[in-house]
Design a binder for this molecule. Structure first.
Ligand SMILES: Cc1cc2nc3c(=O)[nH]c(=O)nc-3n(C[C@H](O)[C@H](O)[C@H](O)COP(=O)(O)OP(=O)(O)OC[C@H]3O[C@@H](n4cnc5c(N)ncnc54)[C@H](O)[C@@H]3O)c2cc1C
Length: 737
């Protein structure tokens, strides 16, 4: 194995270029996506930036200028990214990465603009994922922007799940929206009466159609469904009052009221009639699950874009901070470096940058994974249908058998003759990728937006008072606040944590995770500067802790790792996200080194860029290790009772006399003993004797190792900080402020 030797003094001279980004996020071979990025960027840094600068965020009403922004999306092709070529789109095949890149570019300037673009796709997603072929064809072609010369306005859509309190929020099972039969004449299609009130529904001001979640309140309709409502349907289609948002004001949000009669053919995915009862082919829960597992990844990328977009404005502010002052003459350190003379300012910016890189890496990895999963899922559905296996419990049972083969495959030796057969089994590949996707999606949404919002605050603070003004370059204060919506939108953090606590303990995922630890160690042996070894040790600690918690009880004998115990399960979910983000970041840098080696145009800049991005990986890995170590230690020890100075506690202690005697035969023992009782029974002034450890000793060994694994992390941070203080940035921000 060859060890990559980077020149020790390689320094990154400019910010990572588009070419570097395309390699890192694996679209360097996709010309269509590179063009899409340029189109989205043009609208974001042109139309959208001008709207923000003109104060359009100061009103929550839907204005003509905001409407024009939607038209700019249409003209740039952004409204057609979701569609197939035969529906009027221009990207063939899965589109998760395409949507992610579009959203990333828009959110680089404004999150509301990004959501305005995404919410239309969210409205179409139930139809795309579970709709009948007729529904798909009909609504996609209505929503696609007109071709040149075509005289029509594209349809806009909204997705209505959330309802006024006390209904849907985290618990999507509680619906007050109702559907019942209004007319059902023999031999005719039933007509349905839909009553739904929505809360916080995006795009509602311009929506021509809505996909709404409703429950049956009629014995002749089974369960729940998602139903398509159109503005011209008979009855009330009222956009309601606009929400007084403090965030994302470039998209419209409101509390609509629907009271409409629609044909039963609007049930997403269709229905069958059994014994005089309409049975929707998909419940609202099944539709929503298929939708959110993809769209939440894109939301996570909105916050990643914000963090990375903050780097350049902060550098510019820090460097220019003292220019114009009497004592700061051109050429002086104070003039040239400004606040960047100070280590803390640089280190904090390195933290923001490292987090942004990790968040982007995690989000794009998840988007790419869904691009791989989509065709496999279709293949899986076709195979199971051919075998007469229906969706639901029988499918789960069939897939459980495949899971066993998948685990066998993961344990297989590289030269096992069965590998080729297993590797080409679509069901097996589906199970593997599905297990990973079920973890990466909620992790992206949870970590990118939640931790990302915290670091956006840090970015704002680096701009001082300017940071919390409307004049702040890069609209950083808006982005800070917007990040909080991203943490809430499409299910707040509790939803993502709840999801993770189930999927991250799946057998297939845990075997995959174990193999990732080995892979990180192998990376570390050739690229020690990436922090991969630190990360591998932290991953090992997480796995050990999970196994420990799953079979341990608290001081009162109650099980620790169980559904209701969010103090344990949610904390472990949080810890895992740190690891996944750091891993994705390291893998991207390794890919850059591999792919760019054959790209001569990058030859000069590559060593410096690699050195810097590796240092950021190391910084992030050390942060992740610290978080995991803290969370795991608290869970491993926090549910044990602290010993007291009672009989049981004191029985673990030495008396001073005893110790003196032992010292004769075991010299030095006194130095190792923690708690000694004096002859008069008095004890050291503290809470009780220190806790003794049984099985937890293994944890302490892992923690000890992990601490030592941090060697070099701060050196990497110093090096990264040095680069931040010298890297060239453009003269002016690339969009108006
Ligand atoms: C600007 C904006 C746009 C939106 N757009 C849309 C849209 O287009 N369509 C749509 O359908 N909805 C939309 N929403 C709604 C959004 O998806 C919900 O607000 C979000 O899912 C959170 O639900 P909630 O507000 O009811 O929060 P709650 O469910 O009340 O959550 C409040 C807090 O309690 C915690 N919590 C709740 N339940 C639990 C639990 N079981 N365990 C632990 N903690 C818990 C949550 O994590 C959160 O911190 C939008 C919201 C906003 C603000």
């Amino acid at each position: 194995m060859s060890t990559s030797v980077l020149p020790q003094n390689a320094s990154m001279l400019t910010l990572p270029t588009d070419q570097v980004r395309a390699i890192l996020w694996r679209f360097d071979q996709r010309f269509d996506l590179q063009m899409l990025v340029q189109s989205a960027r043009g609208v974001a840094r042109g139309t959208v930036a001008r709207l923000v600068a003109a104060g359009e965020r100061n009103t929550h009403d839907w204005t003509p200028l905001k409407d024009e922004m939607m038209e700019a999306f249409d003209r740039a092709g952004l409204s057609a990214v979701f569609m197939e070529p035969e529906e009027g789109g221009f990207i063939a095949g899965p589109k998760n990465l395409a949507l992610a890149l579009t959203a990333f570019e828009l959110a680089w300037v404004d999150g509301g603009a990004a959501t305005a673009s995404l919410a239309g796709f969210l409205a179409l997603s139930p139809i795309h994922e579970r709709g009948t072929p007729e529904q798909v064809q009909h609504y996609m072609s209505l929503a696609v922007p007109p071709q040149p010369g075509e005289d029509r306005r594209p349809w806009r859509g909204a997705f209505a799940l959330t309802e006024p309190i006390p209904y849907v929020g985290v618990d999507t099972g509680m619906l007050s929206g109702k559907v019942r039969i209004s007319e059902w004449n023999d031999g005719e299609e039933p007509r349905l009466q839909v009553d739904k009130r929505g809360r916080f529904i995006t795009n509602i001001a311009s929506a021509n159609f809505v996909t709404a979640a409703v429950n049956s309140c009629d014995d002749r309709i089974k369960g729940s469904c998602v139903i398509i409502l159109e503005e011209t349907d008979e009855g009330t289609f009222d956009a309601g009052t606009p929400t007084k948002k403090l965030v994302h004001q470039l998209s419209s949000t409101g509390d609509p009221i629907f009271n409409l009669k629609v044909p039963a053919s609007r049930i997403v995915g269709g229905y069958t009639v059994k014994n005089g009862v309409i049975v929707p082919n998909f419940s609202h829960g099944e539709v929503i699950e298929a939708v959110f597992r993809r769209t939440r990844v894109t939301v996570g990328l909105l916050t990643a874009a914000k963090l990375l977009s903050a780097v350049e404005p902060v550098i510019r502010y820090q460097r220019g901070r003292f220019r114009g002052a009497e004592g700061a003459r051109p050429g002086s350190v104070r003039y040239e470096r400004g606040i960047q003379q100070r280590e803390d300012a640089l280190h904090r910016l390195v933290d923001v940058w490292a987090c942004g890189e990790a968040a982007a890496s995690l989000g794009f990895a998840a988007a790419r994974l869904f691009d791989e999963l989509d065709p496999l899922e279709k293949q899986k559905d076709a195979i199971l249908q051919e075998r007469g296996i229906a969706a639901g419990r029988t499918e789960m049972k069939a897939l459980r058998e495949v899971e066993q083969r998948a685990i066998e495959f993961l344990f297989m030796h590289s030269n096992d003759p069965r590998r080729t057969e297993y590797a080409s089994d679509p069901l097996l590949q589906f199970v593997l990728k599905d297990a990973e996707a079920n973890v990466l999606c909620p992790a992206t949404k949870l970590w990118n937006t939640g931790h990302g919002a915290n670091l956006m605050r840090e970015a704002v603070s680096l701009m001082g008072g300017y940071g919390i003004t409307e004049d702040c370059p890069g609209f950083l204060a808006n982005k800070w606040m917007d990040a909080q919506l991203e943490a809430t939108y499409e299910g707040p953090e509790a939803v993502q944590r709840r999801h993770l606590t189930v999927t991250m303990t799946g057998d297939v995922f845990l075997v995959e995770f174990r193999s990732w630890i080995g892979a990180m160690r192998r990376i570390a042996s050739t690229r020690p500067g990436t922090g991969a070894c630190t990360l591998a040790s932290a991953m090992q600690m997480w796995l050990w802790t999970l196994t420990h918690l799953q079979k341990t009880t608290d001081a009162d004998g109650n099980k620790l790792y169980q559904g209701q115990r969010q103090g344990v399960t949610f904390a472990m979910a949080d810890a895992l996200c740190w690891l996944l983000a750091s891993r994705a970041q390291i893998l991207d840098v390794i890919e850059l080194e591999r792919a760019a080696a054959s790209d001569h145009s990058l030859a000069d800049s590559l060593p410096g860029t690699l050195q810097f991005l590796s240092d950021l990986c190391h910084v992030q890995a050390a942060d992740a290790a610290g978080q995991v170590s803290r969370i795991c230690a608290e869970l491993v020890f926090g549910y044990k009772k602290h010993p007291s100075w009672n009989d049981a506690g004191c029985s673990q202690c030495f008396s001073a006399d005893e110790l003196e005697e032992f010292e004769q035969t075991m010299p030095g023992i006194t130095a190792m003993v923690m708690d000694v009782l004096k002859a008069d029974g008095t004890h050291p002034a503290k809470a009780g004797p220190c806790a003794t450890c049984g099985r937890e000793n293994d944890f302490l060994q892992l923690q000890n190792k992990l601490s030592r694994c941090l060697s070099g992390a701060r050196l990497a941070k110093d090096r990264a900080a040095e680069t931040v203080s010298t890297v060239m940035i453009p003269e002016a921000l690339d969009y108006p402020q």
